[in-house]
Design a protein. Structure first.
Length: 407
């Protein structure tokens, strides 16, 4: 099977040959500092993209093709170009305004964050009409945003067997509304100024639909899935109640997700961090086919066996390899156990794409990053023999080292 054929088998639960492996999209790449640290132990791999930034906010790198091949990554992502961005000047120099007019500042020298002390672009709006008449809205059909993507998509589709994905135009009805209005203000709007909240999320959703229409005009003939983002959870709970989600936000997710799937005739993967267990059923109803990142370090998401049992016939899972608590401090044996556990729970019959649940940061030892990809290569073949994978006898370690090229 090609990776593309294997992905389809995994999604349909019809005997995939291996658990698909992903790396290289906006939320799911490698921080620039960590990327540089990969060069010494991988002299045989041409790592040239050390300064080619994929996501300016997170300061992640566009992975070199040689690295993706070395790690046996099954996916190649088509990423919109970074446009309609303005640099901040004066005392705010070093930051920028994104295409939605949201101000960002540098944080700790290694990433950017929304500048909570600066005025949000829609903070002064008082009525729905003020929202609609604001001058901060981006051009959703800017041709520069999509330049070159069709040619790249066609080349990859015709010359390789990789799974092709349309990466997120990094925005969402809730996330963008919070940033454009101000977090505290928009949380209040959702309850006491619902007409304004609906007008804002409706405008964002309409623009995103237009962006995705233009995006899919370029790449829709070649992609198997589209990736959207909109965070709904914290470490311990939802950002909003299920009732507020269902009444105020879910209609816009449904509109956006169904529009993208129709425009691209593809699967839809939704990224939402945090403790989102109470909303998974709702996300399925919006049209999500794959849930990312399955953040197992958050409340309610730890038990991946129960997630699979409850939702696995209607939803595939992506990620589940925790980068907050597990990968930074795990021994190689603990890493092996974690990989085996998540593959057993989420992918015993297909329906699982293994990946770090977020970006690989510089707090993760390089040895753990390398070992993760080695172990997935060895352990991810179907049928998954969990008993063998979890065996602790010496013969297993010898065979693992021989097959993975490790120590």
């Amino acid at each position: 099977m090609t990776p593309r054929e294997n992905f389809e088998a995994a999604m349909s639960r019809t005997r995939p040959e291996w658990v698909p492996l992903d790396l290289g999209k906006h939320i799911g790449s490698i921080h620039k500092t960590h990327y540089a640290e990969l060069k010494p132990p991988l002299p045989q791999v041409g790592l040239k993209n050390g300064d080619l930034i994929l996501d300016r906010m997170a300061q992640t790198i566009v992975p070199d093709e040689e690295l993706l091949q070395y790690f046996n990554v099954d996916f190649r992502w088509l990423v919109p170009n970074w446009v309609q961005v303005k640099e901040r000047e004066g005392v705010d120099a070093g930051g920028y305004y994104d295409m939605w007019g949201v101000p960002y500042k540098g944080a700790h020298g290694d990433h950017y964050a929304v500048d909570s002390l600066a005025k949000a672009p829609l903070a002064d709006c008082e009525t729905p009409q003020d929202i609609l008449n604001a001058d901060c809205w981006p051009d959703p059909e800017d041709p520069a945003q999509f330049a070159g993507l069709r040619e790249r998509a066609k080349h990859l589709y015709d010359s390789t067997g990789y799974v092709l994905g349309a990466d997120a135009i990094k925005a969402g009805p809730l996330m963008s509304a919070l940033q454009m209005r101000g977090y505290e203000q928009f949380f209040m709007d959702l309850v006491i100024n619902t007409e304004l909240a609906d007008a804002l999320m409706g405008k964002i959703t309409d623009l995103l639909c237009r962006m995705w229409t233009r995006f899919m005009d370029e790449v829709g003939d070649y992609v198997e899935l589209a990736y959207v983002t909109d965070d709904l959870g914290s470490q311990t709970s939802l950002l909003i109640s299920p009732k507020v989600y269902r009444k105020r936000i879910k209609p816009f997710h449904t509109q956006l997700h169904q529009h993208i799937k129709k425009a691209g005739n593809c699967y839809l993967m939704m990224h939402t961090d945090g403790a989102v267990l109470p909303l998974i059923e709702d996300l399925i109803e919006t049209g999500a086919d794959i849930l990312n990142p399955v953040q197992t370090s958050t409340s309610g998401m730890e038990n991946t066996s129960k997630l699979k049992e409850k939702f696995g016939d209607r939803l595939a899972f992506h990620g589940a390899m925790d980068v907050q608590q597990m990968m930074p401090g795990a021994t190689h044996e603990e890493l092996r156990w974690e990989i085996a556990r998540r593959m057993k729970d989420l992918g015993s019959d297909g329906g699982y794409i293994i990946a770090p649940c977020h970006n690989i940061g510089h707090d993760i030892p390089v040895e753990n990053t390398l070992k993760f990809f080695e172990l997935v290569r060895v352990m991810g073949k179907y049928p998954i023999n969990v008993e063998d994978a979890l065996a602790s006898d010496a013969s297993y370690f010898v065979r693992l080292a021989q097959e993975s090229g490790g120590e």
